[in-house]
Design a protein around this ligand. Structure first.
Ligand code: ADP
Ligand code: TRP
Length: 333
């Protein structure tokens, strides 16, 4: 039986952090064993913020290194750069006909970007969800491992697909689902106590996979808390809950329980909680950090892997474009 297809990508906008890891990449690594996996570097998507060419190049390399360091294996899945597929812009053009202005303007990330970068509200930002849908459907994917912040983009992808399938009376594209092995999409909190961890929020609010132990300890020790609970079994304020959430990702359940009990009987010392979190985080990330160092500078290996991946991904994408042209009626004679 043919395996189900999975596709996902990360934008080359900086080093990867815990949010990228637990929301996305840790799932990629498991999925490569069970699915026909396509994992890419979304360089076109990062152009919406006008990066410098040298930064873009360095960041593409960084994401590739980190994919490998986290355990993606080019013998088990296809690893490539989005812009190596000329079929993406063609399908993007076609799918722009299936996306409506109103829904694009209402999309949460678009509204957020309009607030964040009022001087650069370009059309690429508006049609970002179309490009993302195309990344997914170019390989006719079923499952898309992403963090919770991408849920709305997946809903839009399904809408575009349903419109295409309806208009052309076909079942050609599957309607893809967002996916996380735990059953729920996750959102890893930022260290500043507000919102999700994100590359665009700044160095001090993210725990990067490549952070050195000393840097990591400092960031965690500086994380926001409060003065501590004053009544037994009180609800945790958001910033404290965030630290517990991080603890439960990297520490044993006994450790989490001890701190939870201490919180509930008001004996907790946040300094101890942070120290424990920092040490467990250092140990958890050590193998990935070491692997990142080992792979850095091995440009020949990266070029080989991305070259092979690009050519495999192009074969799959070319078949889709051929079929779509035929379905639409723009098949050349
Ligand atoms: P960022 O928002 O940091 O720039 P990307 O947009 O490149 O990261 O996201 C790549 C993947 O990582 C997506 O699947 C996204 O959902 C996931 N992701 C990013 N931040 C988080 C987070 N804080 N929690 C969970 N998943 C996240
Ligand atoms: N939009 C995603 C993000 O910001 C990155 C991305 C682009 C993506 N294309 C994709 C994720 C296709 C999954 C599938 O996080």
């Amino acid at each position: 039986m043919l395996k189900e297809i999975t596709v996902s990508g990360v934008r080359p906008t900086g080093r990867q952090h815990l949010g990228n890891y637990f929301g996305a990449v840790v799932n990629f690594v498991k999925m490569q064993e069970l699915f026909d996996g396509y994992f890419f570097i979304a360089d076109y998507h990062s152009l919406t913020t006008h990066p410098k060419s040298a930064d873009l190049k360095a960041n593409v390399k960084q994401i590739a290194i980190e994919y490998l360091a986290c355990g993606l294996d080019p013998n088990k899945c296809t690893i490539y750069v989005q812009s190596d597929l000329p079929q993406i812009p063609e399908l993007y053009l076609i799918f722009n006909m299936f996306a409506y202005l109103g829904e694009l303007e209402r999309e949460a990330t678009f509204k957020e970007k309009v607030r964040e970068q009022p001087d650069n509200v370009n059309a690429g930002l508006l049609t970002y969800p179309v490009l993302m849908a195309v990344d997914i459907i170019i390989h006719k994917a079923h499952k898309v491992p992403v963090g919770k912040d991408q849920q709305q983009h997946l809903e839009m992808t399904r809408d575009f697909v349903a419109r295409f399938n309806n208009l052309y009376e076909t079942q050609y594209f599957p309607e893809p689902q967002a996916f996380n092995f735990s059953g729920n999409l996750v959102s890893i909190p930022s260290l500043d106590g507000e919102g999700k961890m994100s590359k665009s929020k700044g160095e001090q609010t993210c725990i990067y996979l490549s952070d050195e132990p000393e840097v990591l300890r400092k960031k965690i020790m500086r994380a926001i808390t409060d003065t501590g609970p004053t009544a037994p079994n009180s609800a945790k304020p958001q910033a404290v809950k965030n630290l517990f959430d991080l603890l439960s990702l990297v520490s044993t359940s006994d450790t989490v329980k001890t701190f939870d009990d201490n919180y509930n009987n008001c004996t907790i010392r946040y300094g101890d909680l942070k120290k424990q979190l920092a040490e467990d985080m250092v140990v958890y990330l050590a193998p990935i950090r070491e692997k990142i160092k080992e792979l850095s500078g091995n440009d020949k290996l990266l070029a080989e892997i991305l070259g092979d991946g690009g050519s495999k991904a192009r074969t799959s994408a070319a078949q889709t474009i051929k079929d779509v042209r035929e379905i639409i009626g723009i098949k050349s004679f």
